[in-house]
Design a protein around this ligand. Structure first.
Ligand SMILES: *Cc1c(COP(=O)(O)O)cnc(C)c1O
Length: 428
């Protein structure tokens, strides 16, 4: 026992703003000191004090096969031995492009970058370059990374800290960003009727995972698809979170809707920094050097990062992977719902594939406004009761949760035991 979480975090706070390199990690909304993580294996992580947790954060989505999966680690080690980066074409990039285009039919051509933020930022620039228009539509509570034009009424950390828009973004930069209500087809239709010829793109999380979990209605996405086609706007599905998380073809596969451009990240990097954007060939041809839309990256398509992503994608492509993952995730949510009911708590939950949402309110939310009605104070107390019992869920009421293939009956039982105690302490 050489160092405590407290000491470690104080050391971090001296030199790193709030002690973290991404805001939600700081426990700002739930309070307390975040444990400093030393290692992970399968469904579990350990902090620097040696305390074990069952992890439902999974590095915020990427770790769908669990921490330090042997095949993923071996692939990374083998790639690293051959050199860390070349800034030149490599076979891993071609393999990744073949896998992505093979699995996601709407992705005819694809470019690999180093984060989800880069993917969405580039997709927006591409849509604007392709259409020769500037306006984009996004939805309140959806998070598309932290590029300036997209940081308007965003979700995730931007939401957790009650500042859904960021300082430092000139109004000119967001002047072309129209923010509409999620799942409101009438508002979308009215906006297209008024400004249709100026709209370059609609960007949407087809299953929103950055305002907790909110599913789009099929009707909302169908209306969006039809309006984009009719008005010549590019439909961008931001599947950075849902891609290879809710199923092999992402949310677009579940809904049976074909976007023009898809952005990917998280799972396709298997825990390493990887993002991608791809879609219709005629749109992707506009990217430099074939076309006039610039996009580049010193480490784009990094071979070591792609080794982790390729190994992960091979594992999730195995027959039955998503059936099994979905079954575990719905078993988790069903169990928690039952326990909350026994404790007479206003609580609801749902899951899609390997992601889930838990809400301290009666009924599953369908809109951003409904998400905001959840009892944040109760969530914060529940979060700490669970963490104290060795169950790590996301430290914010506005984040989705993640189950990995390494979560099994043992993990679920321990989670239910902790939840029984946590809910009983919330009573009264
Ligand atoms: C995580 C996320 C991003 C941003 O990805 P980063 O790798 O964090 O830059 C973009 N869109 C969605 C839907 C996400 O969940």
């Amino acid at each position: 026992m050489s160092i405590s979480n407290q000491q470690m975090f104080e050391r971090a706070c001296q030199l790193i703003p709030a002690g973290v390199n991404s805001p939600v990690r700081a426990f700002g909304s739930v309070g307390g000191t975040p444990p400093t993580i030393a290692r992970g294996a399968g469904a579990r992580i350990w902090d620097v004090e040696g305390t074990e947790y069952i992890d439902y954060v999974g590095s915020w989505g990427p770790l769908i096969v669990g921490h330090a999966h042997l095949q993923v680690v071996q692939a990374v080690q083998a790639a690293a031995k051959l050199g860390l980066s070349f800034g030149a074409p490599t076979e891993a990039e071609v393999e990744m492009a073949e896998l992505l285009t093979g699995l996601v039919p709407s992705v005819e051509k694809v470019r690999v970058v180093s984060s989800g933020t880069e993917a969405t930022m580039s997709a927006i620039r591409l849509a604007r370059g392709f259409t020769g228009r500037y306006k984009i539509i996004k939805f309140e509570g959806c998070y598309h990374g932290h590029a300036d034009a997209l940081l308007v009424k965003a979700g995730s950390g931007a939401l957790t800290f009650g500042r859904p828009s960021s300082a430092g973004v000139p109004p000119e930069v967001t002047a072309h960003t129209l923010v509409l209500d999620y799942n409101d087809s009438e508002m979308l239709e009215a906006t297209f009727n008024e400004k249709g010829s100026e709209i370059a793109a609609v960007i949407v999380e087809p299953i929103a995972g950055n305002m907790n979990l909110v599913k789009a209605t099929p009707e909302f996405l169908q209306t969006m698809r039809a309006l984009c086609t009719h008005h010549g706007a590019v439909l961008i599905f931001d599947e950075v979170m849902t891609g290879f998380r809710v199923g092999l073809q992402g949310a677009q596969g579940l809904f049976g809707i074909t976007p023009d451009v898809t952005t990917l990240g998280k799972v396709i990097g298997g825990g390493m920094p990887v993002g991608a954007f791809g879609g219709r060939s005629d749109i992707m041809q506009k990217i430099a050097p074939l076309g006039p839309v610039y996009q580049a990256g010193t480490l784009s398509g990094n071979p070591v990062a792609l080794a982790a992503g390729l190994a992960t994608l091979k594992l999730v492509s195995e027959p039955g992977f998503f059936e099994s993952l979905s079954a575990t995730t719905s078993q988790l949510v069903d169990g928690l719902l039952r326990i909350a009911r026994e404790a007479n708590q206003d609580f609801s939950g749902q899951s899609v594939g390997g992601m889930f949402g838990l809400y301290f309110r009666a009924g599953v939310p369908q809109s951003f406004a409904q998400v905001m009605q959840a009892d944040a104070d109760k969530f914060n107390r529940f979060f700490h009761h669970m963490l104290d019992a060795g169950i790590a869920i996301a430290p914010s009421a506005f984040e989705a949760g993640f189950v990995s293939a390494a979560h099994g009956q043992g993990e679920l039982e321990r989670t239910f035991d902790a939840a029984r105690k946590a809910f009983s302490r919330l009573q009264g």
